[in-house]
Design a protein around this ligand. Structure first.
Ligand SMILES: CC(C)(COP(=O)(O)OP(=O)(O)OC[C@H]1O[C@@H](n2cnc3c(N)ncnc32)[C@H](O)[C@@H]1OP(=O)(O)O)[C@@H](O)C(=O)NCCC(=O)NCCS
Length: 168
């Protein structure tokens, strides 16, 4: 098991994996991991390779999303290399009557999986959601993503509907 430092706690052995908020300096190196995640998703879900965003566009999205307090972007970092990330938005929702935490993306480099990294990322994001008075957490995942869906189901999330998508 990798050592996972969370800022407030630290768990066990060889490589140390730190979980921390992303800063502007992380945007460049993070782009590669975002595209690695996109490629893996494309293979799994048969996405059109033409819709793969460019490095420039991913980077611009990271920068544009900014730090307005609604987005949390957490990184898992091993020896200075980003090996995982989780992105969550906390937004008001009329039907919930309060804030909803939307966990948009969670990705861990396959080499570092099954060592607790994804769990720590989710736990830290949910701490942020609680601190912002979110009453519900929602995760968007492809219906074909059996591994990802069961990861969240084992953490108490249940399917409550479908996400409909169309390109604009
Ligand atoms: C889903 C995902 C983020 C999980 O990341 P991860 O780092 O492997 O997650 P964890 O290691 O915390 O937990 C996964 C499993 O590893 C095992 N595990 C965790 N810590 C472990 C340890 N120290 N030793 C042995 N096994 C361990 C557990 O079986 C755990 O399953 P659980 O749900 O029963 O707890 C990762 O598989 C991924 O990036 N998938 C592709 C993207 C994706 O599907 N994202 C989710 C949809 S947005």
């Amino acid at each position: 098991m990798a050592t996972t430092k969370t800022g407030t706690s630290s768990v066990s052995t060889p490589g140390t994996i730190e979980v921390r908020p992303a800063t502007a300096e992380d945007h460049g190196p993070l782009v590669d991991l975002v595209l690695q995640a996109w490629d893996a998703q494309a293979v799994a879900e048969g996405l059109d390779p033409k819709s793969r965003p460019s490095q420039r566009r991913v980077r611009a999205t990271l920068v544009d999303a900014g730090e307005d307090g609604r987005r949390s972007l957490l990184l898992a970092v091993e020896d200075g290399t980003i090996v995982g990330f989780g992105e969550m938005w906390v937004l008001p929702d009329l039907f919930v009557g309060g804030e909803v935490a939307l966990l948009r993306t969670l990705y861990v480099d396959p080499r570092l999986r099954e060592q607790g990294v994804g769990t720590v990322l989710v736990e830290r994001l949910l701490e942020v959601a609680h601190a912002r008075d979110a009453r519900t957490v929602r995760v968007t995942s492809s219906i074909d993503n059996v591994e990802g869906l069961s990861f969240f189901q084992r953490r108490g999330l249940r399917s409550t509907g479908l996400v409909l998508t169309r390109n604009l």
